[in-house]
Design a protein around this ligand. Structure first.
Ligand SMILES: Cc1cc2nc3c(=O)[nH]c(=O)nc-3n(C[C@H](O)[C@H](O)[C@H](O)COP(=O)(O)O)c2cc1C
Length: 179
């Protein structure tokens, strides 16, 4: 059975729950999936595919996720890889809310080399009770809407598409596999 790693970096928990949902969808599709914060992953050898996501803060991925991408570039390039950023709050298309931004510019050269299958942007959640004073001040300044805007249907659809690709890799339809 294919084993998939869903690795994530989350500061206040919203991205962790997105990663958990992705793992759940993959498992329901019959795959094995480990959902782990990036700093708890030391070896990619057991995994045939990776999904990596991070919360976005001031246009950047969490440092732990960026480090994970950098330090595992070679292993990630050898596996099917999907990336996601989670952040924008408010109604409407997530990518439109961040003007088409998908991924930090500083990490783009690595993504260009690794060539992920996809880079998704998902809505995030802003909970005032979890933010420190600086975060609250920042969010007030940029007038980002507070609340949980995570789009579970979009996340489920994306994860289902990943499961479809991986299942086809394990058991290609008759006539489509290597001859
Ligand atoms: C100080 C601060 C800065 C943020 N900057 C961005 C940003 O630049 N782009 C974005 O899309 N979301 C931004 N967000 C929203 C977060 O990415 C969003 O709340 C996300 O769901 C947090 O995930 P986490 O709970 O896993 O840490 C910011 C939030 C805070 C508190």
């Amino acid at each position: 059975m294919e084993s998939v790693l869903v690795a994530y970096a989350s500061k206040h928990g919203a991205t962790a729950e997105i990663a958990e949902r992705i793992g759940q969808v993959l498992r329901q599709a019959g795959l094995r999936a480990d959902v782990l914060p990036t700093d708890r992953v030391s070896d990619l050898t057991p995994y045939q595919a990776v999904v990596l996501g991070s919360a976005v803060y001031i246009g950047q991925w969490q440092k732990r996720a960026a480090r994970f991408l950098r330090e595992n570039e070679k292993a990630l390039a050898e596996r099917p890889l999907w990336l996601f950023s989670s952040g924008p709050t408010g109604e409407g298309d997530a990518a439109a809310l961040v003007q088409g931004w998908r991924f930090p510019k500083a990490l783009q050269p690595i993504a260009d080399r690794i060539r992920p299958r996809d880079i998704a942007v998902f809505h995030g959640a802003l909970d005032a009770a979890k933010m420190n004073w600086f975060e609250k001040w920042m969010i007030k300044n940029v007038k980002a809407p507070l609340g949980d805007f995570r789009d579970w249907d979009a996340i489920t659809t994306w994860a289902t598409a990943i499961a479809d690709v991986l299942r086809k890799m394990v058991s290609p339809a008759p006539g489509t596999g290597p001859q």
